[in-house]
Write a protein that binds this ligand. Structure first.
Ligand code: S3P
Length: 443
């Protein structure tokens, strides 16, 4: 279906789960492949992006068995993976180009692993991924001595890597990015001594948590991570046995939906609430939205809770700057929708990175929300949005970007008339079954 129609909702009610965490799913497949022995990953996200990682690891010679554990009527959302890891140096040269699909996490994290492996590999992706900047990983990897080149003066995929011995570096990342940090931490496992990586603000720390649980020698001090490539623990990573929680970034669409659609009350179960991911909760607290965490617990080294939220009819304006941005980087599009319904003028700044995500998410939200009647101004690094907008249903474009499609769908729930989303199926990148979940909650 190349179009999807969303109509106004009277209310949203009920309990739901959202798909497993995409970032943790990617990491589990890559890290388990370079561990020594058999790992088990439960609730692995069966969406296009993490499946690109599984295919990549298989083409590098890793045996990955998949047991389907959950089956909703429309989509298979998660599975159990048994991954037969072969150790840091157990990967083999791929016979063909590795296609990372739409997934920035796959290409950037894998380039760190492949830089340390003594064989030739080529990484590419779909049209969107081929436009995404890779110099951010290529430059520091080259500093470590990696032989790596890429299209357009080493800036864009495809990437060609002839891996080999690496030397440790001290690296200050110009921009906070968990993908870059994780790429360099993985490369550092192969380096000749201690690598130091620092970032301006804290980005998600799933890599640090998972590698530590595997026995890796990692020191974390505020915004700096040190990985000692010479420590034997790093050469002998222990296999993992993890259960992936639900993805906070997928839950975010329903949290905002429940706040905005009148007479709504929902409970989202088993969601990861890692503090490096939950900047949206800070924002909601500051504008007094009714969101509560219940049944807080720890699952496989990650904090998890059920999230209760209900509608609220007065929301304060939103002000977000660069400090908070890494902890809500993927929530920018849905925050624009929230801001369109707040009181007064909201500003979301410090978001330059959004220009180079699966689409230019600043431009995409400005263009599409304007079509729906929102007064929104574009800055190089974000937006200014006039609140209390009366949204009107329109024909809107997803740009093939899953988070734009889902954000605009939520806007459609509070718009008059029909909202028609073009290219709606891109939600399968992270959230297969999204439209069905929405239908299930809708009054
Ligand atoms: C991710 C990190 C973030 C995020 C992306 C997933 C990860 O990207 O936007 O969806 O899994 O490490 P950046 O590292 O580019 O900020």
């Amino acid at each position: 279906m190349d179009k999807r129609i969303i109509t106004k909702a009277k209310n949203l009610t009920g309990e739901l789960t959202v798909p497993s965490d995409k970032s943790i799913s990617h990491r589990s497949a890559i890290f388990a492949s370079i561990a020594n022995g058999k790992s088990i990953v439960r609730n692995f996200l069966r969406a296009e992006d993490p499946l690109s990682t599984v295919n990549a690891m298989r083409s590098l010679g890793i045996e990955i068995e998949e047991v389907i554990t959950q089956c909703s009527s429309e989509e298979l959302q998660s599975s159990e993976l048994i991954i037969h890891g072969k150790g840091l140096y157990g990967l083999k040269e791929p016979l063909d180009v590795i296609n990372c699909g739409n997934s920035g996490t796959t290409i950037r994290l894998l380039s760190g692993v492949l830089a340390g492996n003594p064989f030739f590999s080529v990484l590419t992706g779909d049209d969107s991924l081929k436009q995404r900047p890779m110099a951010r990983v290529i430059n520091p990897l080259k500093e470590m001595g990696a032989r790596i080149s890429a299209r357009s003066n080493d800036r864009y995929p495809p990437l060609a890597i002839k891996g080999g011995s690496l030397k440790a570096i001290d690296y200050m990342m110009p921009v906070s990015s968990a993908q870059v940090k994780s790429c360099l931490m993985l490369a550092a496992l192969y380096a000749d001594s201690k690598t130091t990586i620092s970032e301006p603000f804290k980005s998600r720390d799933h890599t640090e948590r998972m590698l530590k649980s595997m026995g890796a020698d990692i020191e974390i001090e505020n915004l700096t991570v040190r990985v000692n490539g010479q420590n034997p623990a790093n050469l002998n990573l222990k296999p993992i046995d993890v259960t992936v929680p639900s993805d906070f970034s997928s839950a975010a669409f329903f949290i905002v939906a429940a706040i905005l659609v009148p007479n709504s009350e929902i409970l989202i179960k088993g969601v990861g609430i890692n503090p490096t991911r939950t900047g949206l909760l800070h924002v909601l607290n500051s504008i007094i939205a009714d969101v509560k965490l219940e049944n807080e617990r720890d699952i496989s080294g990650e904090p998890v809770a059920d999230i209760y939220c209900r509608s609220i009819n007065k929301l304060g304006a939103i002000k977000i700057g660069k400090e908070l941005m890494p902890s809500l980087i993927d929530e920018f599009p849905i925050l624009c929708v929230l801001a369109s319904q707040a009181e007064g003028i909201s500003e979301i700044r410090g978001a330059e990175e959004l220009r180079v995500k699966e689409s230019d998410r600043i431009k995409a939200m400005v263009t599409e929300l304007r079509k729906m009647g929102v007064e929104i101004e574009e800055y190089p690094d974000g937006v200014q949005i006039k609140g209390n907008a009366q949204l009107k249903g329109s024909e809107v474009e997803s740009y093939g970007d899953h988070r734009i499609a889902m954000s605009i769908s939520i806007a459609g729930l509070i718009a008059s008339g029909d909202t028609t989303i073009r290219n709606p199926e891109c939600v399968d990148i992270s959230f297969p079954g999204f439209y069905e979940k929405l239908k299930m909650l809708k009054g």
